[in-house]
Ligand binder design. Structure first.
Ligand SMILES: *[C@@H]1O[C@H](CO)[C@@H](O)[C@H](O)[C@H]1NC(C)=O
Ligand SMILES: *[C@@H]1O[C@H](CO)[C@@H](O)[C@H](O)[C@H]1NC(C)=O
Ligand SMILES: *[C@@H]1O[C@H](CO)[C@@H](O)[C@H](O)[C@H]1NC(C)=O
Ligand SMILES: *[C@@H]1O[C@H](CO)[C@@H](O)[C@H](O)[C@H]1NC(C)=O
Ligand SMILES: *[C@@H]1O[C@H](CO)[C@@H](O)[C@H](O)[C@H]1NC(C)=O
Ligand SMILES: *[C@@H]1O[C@H](CO)[C@@H](O)[C@H](O)[C@H]1NC(C)=O
Ligand SMILES: *[C@@H]1O[C@H](CO)[C@@H](O)[C@H](O)[C@H]1NC(C)=O
Length: 879
């Protein structure tokens, strides 16, 4: 319910804190609880927040769940019913307040809660905050709080049994070793297994628990959303207060942003119970309001907003920005456009997709989050899609994205399945959507909500073999859930960012077609997900030229140092049981080698361990090169359309991070180590980038620029021979204007003519590097390269016999490399010493190269020298 409030003056974005201790007395119930299984054969202490698996491991009942085959060995844990218990005493001052609530910020997932033997409520949605009124149940002295969990696997299967018809997929593919019917439980969908992750259906109190007591008012949630009125060219800040009142109460509330000179006092009336109140603060400043910009496009300034009128001052950050998603026509092209504008400026989204950083969310620490998000920014990303099969991330995730300028494409948590739509399910989803909107909408980083992952495509292209006569049922369920419920709530609650029903989708075109388009992958509309593992990824013709690609990728294996702690020596071969077990994508291991073999000799060392580590390396080389080619294709397609296809404005590869140590599409390994792909991303997402490719025998170089000002650039192409690091010859283009935010051709030359003018070069003996220079001769963006043949066919490519020397000076550690030959894909690895090189996986076309190493813990020249290995392409096979 919403109360009108007398409006006075001006206003902003808030980023609020969660809990407002100011207005109520609180008693935290986090910390040590006790845990037992159903027959009490297991009984142990458990940390809250936390989960059963983490507790069992911490207490030594089980090994590391990620070790070897433990995902299968520990299946019993999620088939059990577990009980959490704690005892506590409550100060009289709290107990005597007029209202006392037992608040759970997150319960995973199905439970019955009882206090002093009396049931107070049940839970069945991991994504909800629950509060139960418990004042009259509290006692003097000891109180006993018990949360009895039902096995999530059992619950899901019972829900399925009670449902009148099949809601596919019933079970995951066998290769995932997973559990069935996850779509019947509101819980991280990947927790029952995924094609990159294990089945660990977690159980527990995964967020804090507390008592909150008050006599008059409790501020449950605050959100502050700046809105820009294009007509009046004025900002307002919509401040929403969700207040729980013991009885109807009137209160004077003052909202202000001192730095903008905006302040306004409201006379607010709160009915008893929970009331939502909207206060609109107008911003009448003469000064320019400082805007929040995505990474690479400006700063992320904020203002402090304060709210007075409750017991204590409430204060929060507010960021001003607008975002819209253009889906109108583009002159001269069929289909529709699809691009984001932030503060009116079209922005090319560069980045990746985010999955849960651990099966057990209690182990996703602030340090883990910061490291991953910093890695995204350091690779010049400006966007991440929080994928719909995981969790709505913790507050800190979005705070960091706000600070770093990372745009978030936020899915609602539905993925790769049909979903039930009976009343109970819809009701819990509605509550989930409302709560998550209120929690998250103050974050400027979130630029779009999206209803689900791939469910439009699943219906349209019939992933689940639904017989034609039954199709209308599933279509109706689809529209009911995502359109009539989720979309409706989002449109009511949040006017500050766009909404899409699915990803991928044709957007407004899908809407025209009744919300499920005939081909949601149509490159002329909306976003596209595209995967093809066996087609030659070096050939850009195999990629659809889309408006926006929100998923695409290739698998690779993590490095040996990441696998070693969770495996044994018998596991260390590419065809071991372990290597097959960890691969959750059907035929994934073979696909990687088939793709790699298109251009590289496969490792064939006679030494088994060496052969294994070389194979891990070659999968990373393949992945890095494939994703580079595809991403560069999208970036150079931003300013042109070929047969109507193009004007691409987004490239989010699948996937940024890993949930465990296994082969996957990630560019960062579990633990934070960068794969070769992530080092490549640093270059292929650079603000200014030369992209080289061949079309029909002609070599092109495009200059891609995300900058806000025009540049004048020339291309400098250097021809190298595979057999000698000294360049063979050099060509330069004329200076060409490169407008802000564009991709323009700056160099074109038939390859035959290019080589003919360059000594005795042929496609097999030579390769190209190229860079962009401005009029003054300063290099803009990284140096890039183009191979004229597959390295496996190259003539003159030798073993480079690279030697390396680790040194330390005032800037930190450096590694100086010396090579006797041209060396592709030079990979430095210091094993388990955590840290990051300034550059890695590079093409070495000079005799000397020095790279830095930024260590994440104290180390030494001796330790680094002892752990350092250097691998380049020719080192992995014996000639
Ligand atoms: C108790 O339950 C566990 C796990 O389900 C089972 O392995 C064990 O045999 C049971 N113990 C007794 C005494 O029933
Ligand atoms: C868990 O509880 C359910 C429902 O009470 C029961 O059917 C099931 O047997 C229990 N499982 C175990 C392992 O005790
Ligand atoms: C916001 O408030 C904090 C703490 O009160 C202060 O340190 C900071 O300078 C303020 N920032 C702005 C932009 O007003
Ligand atoms: C590999 O797994 C198969 C099937 O589970 C089993 O029969 C075989 O003994 C395992 N081999 C090794 C070396 O562990
Ligand atoms: C690298 O060392 C091998 C073996 O000593 C030698 O045959 C080869 O010529 C060396 N490579 C270069 C480029 O010098
Ligand atoms: C490369 O480094 C070696 C020793 O590390 C040095 O002797 C040599 O002069 C360097 N060459 C160039 C071209 O810098
Ligand atoms: C290893 O592979 C290379 C390249 O395919 C080949 O030339 C060589 O003969 C192979 N060596 C062995 C021992 O199989």
């Amino acid at each position: 319910m919403r109360l009108a409030v007398r409006l006075c003056l001006p206003a902003l974005w808030c980023v609020f804190g969660g809990v407002f201790s100011e207005f109520s007395s609180q008693l935290s119930l986090t910390g040590k609880w006790s845990l037992r299984n159903s027959n009490r054969s297991v009984s142990l202490p458990v940390q809250v927040p936390g989960c059963v698996h983490s507790a069992l491991q911490q207490q030594g009942y089980i090994q590391d769940p990620y070790y070897r085959f433990n995902d299968v060995s520990y299946r019993w844990i999620s088939l059990e019913n577990w009980t959490y218990t704690t005892t506590f005493s409550v100060p009289a001052s709290l107990r005597l307040k007029r209202k006392v609530l037992l608040v759970f910020d997150g319960v995973d997932t199905v439970s019955t809660v009882s206090l002093n033997g009396i049931a107070v409520g049940t839970t069945d949605n991991m994504f909800l905050r629950y509060d139960f009124s418990v004042r009259d149940l509290l006692k003097d002295g000891e109180n006993v709080l018990e949360v009895r969990f039902l096995s999530p696997v059992l619950y899901a299967s019972e829900q399925r049994k009670a449902h009148p018809y099949r809601v596919p997929p019933e079970c995951p593919p066998e290769v995932q070793h997973g559990e069935c019917h996850v779509n019947f439980i509101r819980k991280a969908q990947s927790s029952f297994s995924w094609d990159w992750g294990p089945s660990f259906p977690s159980v527990g109190l995964w967020r804090p628990v507390r008592l909150e007591a008050f006599d008059a008012l409790r501020l449950v949630q605050v959100s502050c959303v700046p809105l820009y009125n294009y007509r009046s060219a004025e900002w307002t800040v919509q401040v929403e207060l969700l207040v729980d009142a013991v009885q109807p109460t009137e209160s004077q509330i003052t909202v202000s942003i001192p730095e903008l000179g905006s302040e306004q006092t409201y006379q607010a009336k709160f009915l008893s119970g929970k009331t939502k109140t909207v206060l609109v603060l107008h911003i009448y400043t003469k000064k320019e309001v400082k805007l929040w910009w995505p990474n690479g496009h400006g700063e992320q300034p904020f203002y402090n907003l304060t709210i007075q009128g409750f017991q204590d001052l409430f204060s929060s950050k507010v960021y001003f920005r607008t975002v819209d998603l253009y889906q109108g026509q583009i002159v001269g092209t069929p289909g529709l456009g699809f691009f984001f504008r932030v503060n009116g400026k079209p922005i090319f989204l560069k980045g990746s997709n985010w999955i849960p950083a651990h099966s057990f969310q209690d182990q996703v620490t602030p340090a883990v989050l910061r490291n991953l998000l910093q890695s995204a920014v350091d690779a010049n990303m400006n966007a991440l899609r929080v994928w719909g099969g995981g969790v709505y991330e913790q507050d800190l995730f979005y705070h960091i994205c706000d600070e770093m300028g990372i745009m978030v494409w936020q899915d609602f948590m539905f993925a790769c399945a049909m979903y039930p739509t009976e009343a109970d399910f819809i009701q819990t989803v509605r509550e989930e959507v409302l709560q998550q909107l209120w929690r998250l909408k103050s974050h400027p980083s979130i630029i779009i909500w999206s209803g689900n992952n791939e469910n439009e495509a699943a219906l349209a292209t019939d992933w689940f073999d639904i017989p034609a006569p039954q199709r209308p049922t599933y279509l109706k369920d689809y529209v009911t859930l995502y359109v009539n419920n989720i979309r409706e709530i989002v449109q009511e609650e949040d006017q500050s960012r766009p909404f899409l029903v699915s990803s991928p989708t044709n957007g407004v075109e899908s809407e025209q077609e009744g919300w499920v388009a005939a081909d949601p992958y149509d490159p002329l509309y909306g976003d596209v997900h595209f995967y093809s593992y066996l087609a030659d990824c070096w050939d850009w013709r195999t990629f659809p030229r889309t408006r926006f690609t929100s998923e695409y990728g290739f698998q690779s294996w993590p490095s040996f140092s990441t696998l070693q702690p969770i495996s044994r020596s018998e596991d260390w071969s590419y065809d071991s049981n372990f290597s097959s077990h960890r691969q959750h994508h059907q035929d994934g291991n073979q696909q990687m080698l088939l793709q790699a073999a298109l251009h590289f000799h496969l490792p064939n060392s006679s030494e088994p361990l060496r052969r294994f580590t070389d194979t891990l390396y070659i999968t990373q080389v393949m992945q890095a090169q494939c994703v580079k080619t595809q991403t560069e294709f999208y970036r150079r397609s931003r300013s042109e359309a070929i047969e109507g296809k193009g004007y691409t404005m987004g490239a989010l590869y699948w996937q940024l991070n890993d949930i465990w140590q296994a082969p996957s599409w990630s560019s960062i390994e579990f633990g934070g180590k960068w794969k070769m792909l992530h080092y490549f991303a640093q270059s292929f997402f650079a603000a200014v980038l030369p992209v080289g490719f061949e079309d029909d025998g002609t070599m092109f170089v495009y200059a891609v620029s995300d900058l806000s000002q025009e540049l004048k650039l020339r291309t400098v192409v250097t021809v190298h021979s595979w057999s000698d690091p000294d360049p063979v010859c050099r060509l330069e283009s004329d200076l060409v204007p490169v407008p802000a935010g564009s991709a323009v051709p700056v160099f074109r030359r038939p390859v035959a003519a290019l080589l003919a003018g360059c000594g005795r070069c042929t496609r097999l003996t030579c390769l190209l590097t190229f860079r962009l220079e401005d009029a003054g001769g300063s290099q803009q963006g990284p140096t890039n390269h183009h191979f004229l043949c597959s390295p496996k066919d190259a003539r003159g490519l030798q073993r480079p016999n690279i030697t390396a020397k680790v040194q330390e000076d005032e800037r930190g550690f450096t590694v100086s490399l010396r090579s006797a030959a041209v060396a592709p894909f030079v990979w430095l690895d210091v094993g388990s010493v955590p840290g990051r090189f300034s550059s890695n996986g590079f093409l070495m076309v000079s005799r000397n190269v020095t790279v830095g190493f930024n260590a994440w813990r104290p180390t030494s020249v001796a330790e680094l020298s002892a752990s350092l290995t250097v691998t380049s392409l020719t080192d992995v096979y014996r000639v």
